[in-house]
Design a protein around this ligand. Sequence first.
Ligand SMILES: C[S@@+](CC[C@H](N)C(=O)[O-])C[C@H]1O[C@@H](n2cnc3c(N)ncnc32)[C@H](O)[C@@H]1O
Length: 215
Amino acid sequence: MSLRELLVPITDAEPTPEVRRFLRDAERRIDRFQSAAQVPAFVPCDYATAYTVLRALTDNALTRGPRFCEWGCGFGVVVDLAAMLEFDACGIEIEGTLVDEARRLAEDYDLPVEFVHGSFVPPGAEDRVHKAGTYSWLTTEGDQAYEELDLDIEDLDVIFAYPWPDEELVVYDLFEHYAGVGAVLATYHGSAEFRFRRKVSDQKKRPKRKRPRDR
Ligand SMILES: C[S@@+](CC[C@H](N)C(=O)[O-])C[C@H]1O[C@@H](n2cnc3c(N)ncnc32)[C@H](O)[C@@H]1O
């Protein structure tokens, strides 16, 4: 199995007024949270662009299904945006205070999403993660998240993550190892940069037939 880069035609279509209102409120809450609390691992991504990215994935039928999960979801804003676009959306976050905030925000907008307090690193992958490097923020405790969500990584059609630079390779590795064939990984890398990978099965190369003059 391997990952293939996926081209997603992103337009600069503006989010709807309802989405813009939601994002203004979410950003206000995040500002308040960040000035009062100390969760240095949490940095919000570019939510307006995240919305256009998710829209491009659905408008262009680039996903194999509707199951969406955000790995390290913070305030759950991208999960909420995914739900607004009819994804069946959930998020996993290791910081309990952020899970509380994510649940509050989604409840206030009556969004059908699920947030779990735990690690997106699945049970049994801890050694794999620690062998792959050292990380400023990535932790591997709390590996009951998928059990609580009652799903396996293999079931997910789209995974979104905003990894810290030292986590990028291990996020790709976990996705490549555990996701199902056809699933899409969307990642944010600062500024307005999003990248997309699809997990594909490696076709065995057929042996070339000999041309008559080679025989
Ligand atoms: C750079 S922030 C991105 C937050 C969110 N994706 C957003 O864009 O608003 C990374 C998040 O991952 C969380 N995190 C780190 N390790 C984690 C793990 N093993 N499982 C779940 N969340 C984790 C951090 O607490 C932090 O909230």
